[in-house]
Design a binder for this molecule. Structure first.
Ligand SMILES: CC(C)(COP(=O)(O)OP(=O)(O)OC[C@H]1O[C@@H](n2cnc3c(N)ncnc32)[C@H](O)[C@@H]1O)[C@@H](O)C(=O)NCCC(=O)NCCS
Ligand SMILES: Nc1ncnc2c1ncn2[C@@H]1O[C@H](COP(=O)(O)OP(=O)(O)OP(=O)(O)O)[C@@H](O)[C@H]1O
Length: 199
């Protein structure tokens, strides 16, 4: 039986950082953020729907999405964020489940679904175990501002658009505390995977 692990957290809590660590254990990861970029490429249905809803102003000169501009719009307006979610999420979900099922059918020992909005989108039933990558809010804000160059206001808007990482930690089967070094998080992950017989 394949163990399907859902990996989540809140923005800039360290999901991608932890996600990369599974490579060391030869455990495949299905990345919802990566899929969400692919399903909005020119020619895809979601791309056309985004233009119909948000207008051609959200395109760059090469006709790809201006992600910065679209981000500024949707993180400042709950209704617009919902509209974008309604366009993008069904395509992401379909693609993600196809990949998950391929690993299950191939009888992989374990597969990870890295889904930032696992709780917000009510996707818990797609996985067997949930791991939340946790950081304190001050660390989250600091890392987000540094990584993406956002002002404090922009960073706080993005954090507020998701369920708090503290609440998510309470809903998890396991929590990786990522306030410390990346190496400390790696050791926590390794211990957890051993406990779950995934390695
Ligand atoms: C608004 C967009 C264009 C901004 O693109 P950008 O390249 O700046 O950010 P990126 O996609 O790398 O997302 C970064 C992080 O933002 C957070 N985030 C993204 N979209 C959302 C959302 N709709 N609601 C809450 N948080 C979100 C996630 O934590 C994600 O990991 C993009 O995030 C998007 O298309 N979002 C809608 C799809 C979505 O929900 N993706 C996230 C999970 S599938
Ligand atoms: N333990 C750590 N120590 C120091 N910096 C870290 C640590 N973990 C992650 N970071 C840094 O914090 C930032 C956010 O981490 P990461 O990109 O992994 O978060 P994320 O949860 O995947 O974010 P998003 O939701 O935006 O996709 C990155 O710049 C990353 O290098």
């Amino acid at each position: 039986m394949t163990l399907v692990i859902g990996l989540t957290g809140s923005i800039a809590s360290g999901k991608s950082t932890v996600s990369l660590m599974f490579d060391d254990f030869k455990i495949p990861v299905v990345d919802a953020d990566k899929i969400s970029r692919e399903v909005v490429n020119p020619g895809e249905q979601a791309y056309e729907s985004i233009i119909n809803t948000f207008g051609r102003e959200i395109l760059l000169e090469d006709n790809t999405l201006d992600r910065k501009k679209l981000g500024a719009i949707i993180f400042a307006d709950d209704n617009k964020r919902k509209l974008l979610n309604e366009i993008v999420h069904p395509a992401v979900r379909e693609n993600m489940l196809k990949q998950r099922d391929a690993y299950v059918n191939a009888e992989a020992n374990c597969v990870v679904l890295d889904i930032p909005l696992l709780f917000e989108s009510k996707l818990s039933h797609f996985v067997d175990k949930i791991v939340v990558v946790y950081v304190d809010e001050e660390v989250q804000l600091d890392r987000l501002m540094k990584r993406d160059g956002y002002s404090e206001e922009e960073a706080k808007q993005r954090i507020k658009s998701q369920i708090s990482v503290k609440e998510k930690a309470q809903l998890a089967d396991a929590v990786i505390d990522n306030n410390g070094t990346k190496n400390e998080s790696y050791e926590q992950l390794k211990a957890l995977l051993k406990e779950w017989n995934a390695i």
